[in-house]
Design a protein around this ligand. Structure first.
Ligand code: ADP
Length: 551
């Protein structure tokens, strides 16, 4: 017997419709690429997003067509986002930090028809425009006054693109399983792969990501996604903001410590989110200038593990609650969040910090398990590591165009329907998951595994260390041994002896790196994470002192 309730397709246009009805005057504030701070409201963004839809349809864009953006977080980016998704087109957010050749490869693979591009990226796109086979025209996200001289074909200023268009275009009216967004993984091995979100998956994910123990954003919050919209949906924040009716602050192109600080303070931000590198810059700025955070209450940190020094600085020095988040593009992206159980939140500070360094418990709708290489489930005892597998309505089942298929039906899943995250983790009896490594980064020493991430996080606490990376280096006796690579902080002079003495007693003896080397800069990848592939390449001929001794 079926229930007798109304049909209400879970399409994303309803989120912006709702914000127009329920929070029309709530502000969206952008640090524009042109320079000034620009203020608009949900009602205005709704109206201009409708104009975008109208203009897209004039260009012949129909449901299922891919429309791409290469843009920072801004109100205009939101307008294009909802204008495209609302009519059933697929909004493809491209990550501008990729190499230009990769951008061209991705745009061609996606079959993008239009590209909305920020002023910042026009020079990059001009260089690869000849390789962009499917893009018919380029819309520069600015007005006529700021329009640059450009060689891009059919280039038009965004404000001209929408000017005079009615705000009456029709949204929704299609199946909730229709594709809404496309985002490519950063492809550290092989070509990037496209994750094709649906309206339903994004809607469910935004609803669960904003549960009280998750982001818990209310209309009285002021929220700033520093995490870019091109990084896995800005972790759902471009949906959560209008859904909750919260004021939204978009930081544009300036993500340095001072610029982020100014927006946090001037706009009264209460909740923000980004990868750890952004917070390292902010904390450095706060310390160097003796500044405090007067309105910020919660910060979500994910994309890579939260270093203990960052966690303690926010929680202890600045009184800001850290929400440690783990996820991946294929999971829309949030899988777990680090809110403590009521029992654990009554524990002492050191125990709370230890638990918060774990990646947290799954959000509603995410099923998680750890297995050995044969697929046998491993115990949730907090010490046994295994491959981490997930399942849920916002987890990818296949990649765009069935790339990376594992099965004849084109899906990328294991036989039991779970998705292998490529991460190695423990799960403890209370349900907290802890990533011990990426499967490809784990260091295999004498048949046992060493977690590179854990050593890195501890090493970051040593005096004068700005960034730390651990990679496995070949060893004649143990197969691999850890090499610790350090980027000193400005003015810092960490030595091998001092760093090893700092690690002593904080990690198992046999995990102690066999050598410590200093480099000027640790390379970061397109999503701000340490680029281990580049480091392994840099150190491929490196001989550990212990290797010579073992021969
Ligand atoms: P990519 O894998 O292409 O870099 P993602 O942004 O989807 O892009 O990255 C997902 C991966 O990032 C996860 O599988 C995990 O290895 C890592 N990651 C994300 N959040 C965390 C976290 N809080 N702690 C440790 N690793 C994390």
């Amino acid at each position: 017997m079926l229930g007798s309730m109304q049909d209400w397709a879970m399409t994303l246009d309803k989120i912006l419709d709702y914000s127009k009805a329920a929070s029309p005057h709530r502000e969206i504030v952008t640090r524009s690429v042109e320079g000034p701070i620009v203020r608009t409201t949900y009602a205005e963004v709704w109206s201009r997003a409708k104009q975008v839809t109208h203009a897209l349809q004039e260009r012949g864009i129909v449901t299922g067509d891919r429309v791409a953006t290469l843009a920072w977080n801004s109100a205009r980016h939101m307008e294009v986002w909802y204008g495209a998704m609302g009519m059933g087109a697929v909004l493809h957010t491209i990550n501008p930090r990729l190499f230009p050749e990769q951008i061209a490869w991705i745009a061609n693979h996606a079959g993008d028809r239009l590209l909305f591009v920020d002023l910042t990226f026009v020079p990059i796109i001009e260089k690869i425009a000849d390789q962009l086979q499917t893009i018919e025209s380029f819309i520069i996200l600015t007005d006529r006054a700021h329009m640059p001289q450009t060689t891009l074909r059919n280039a038009v200023a965004y404000e001209d693109f929408i000017a005079g268009r009615p705000d009456a275009a029709r949204w929704g009216g299609f199946d909730e399983n229709t594709a809404a967004g496309l985002c490519y993984t950063s492809g550290t091995t092989g070509n990037p792969k496209g994750v094709l979100y649906s309206h339903r998956s994004n809607m469910l994910h935004a609803l669960t990501a904003n549960q009280p123990d998750c982001f818990g954003v209310k209309s009285s919050d002021v929220i700033m996604p520093v995490v870019p919209m091109f990084h896995a949906n800005a972790w759902a924040i471009a949906f959560v903001g209008p859904m909750a009716g919260a004021k939204l602050v978009m930081p544009g192109a300036k993500l340095d410590g001072q610029s982020v600080y100014e927006l946090l303070e001037e706009e009264g931000v209460t909740f923000t989110a980004a990868v750890p590198t952004v917070w390292l810059m902010l904390l450095q700025f706060l310390r160097d200038n003796g500044k405090k955070l007067s309105t910020l209450k919660r910060v979500a940190i994910g994309g890579s593990a939260v270093p203990e020094a960052v966690l303690r600085a926010f929680e202890v020095d600045y009184g800001v609650d850290v929400i440690h988040a783990w996820g991946m593009t294929e999971m829309s992206p949030i899988g777990t969040l680090g809110a403590l159980t009521p029992e654990d939140s009554r524990k002492g500070i050191d125990e709370r910090m230890r638990l918060k360094l774990k990646q947290g418990r799954p959000i509603f709708t995410v099923d998680m398990k750890i297995t050995d290489d044969d697929g046998k489930e491993l115990p949730h005892d907090g010490t046994t590591f295994g491959r981490l597998l997930v399942r849920g309505p916002a987890v990818a089942k296949a990649y765009f165009r069935n790339d990376g298929a594992r099965r004849a039906d084109g899906t990328a899943l294991e036989a039991d329907g779970f998705f292998d995250t490529g991460d190695v983790a423990t799960i403890d009896p209370a349900g907290y998951m802890q990533i011990t490594d990426r499967a490809k980064d784990v260091i295999k020493s004498g048949g046992e595994w060493i977690s590179s991430i854990e050593i890195e996080n501890i090493a970051l606490g040593a005096e004068g260390v700005a960034c730390a990376a651990v990679i496995g280096v070949l060893h004649p006796k143990w197969d691999e041994r850890p090499l610790l690579i350090i980027e000193p902080a400005a003015g810092g002079q960490p030595t091998k002896e001092a760093v090893l003495a700092y690690l002593d007693g904080k990690i198992a003896k046999w995990w102690t790196p066999d050598d410590v080397v200093m480099v000027e800069k640790i390379p970061l990848g397109a999503t701000g994470k340490i680029n281990k592939l580049a480091l392994r390449e840099m150190f491929k001929d490196y001989r550990l002192p212990t290797a010579q001794a073992a021969e």
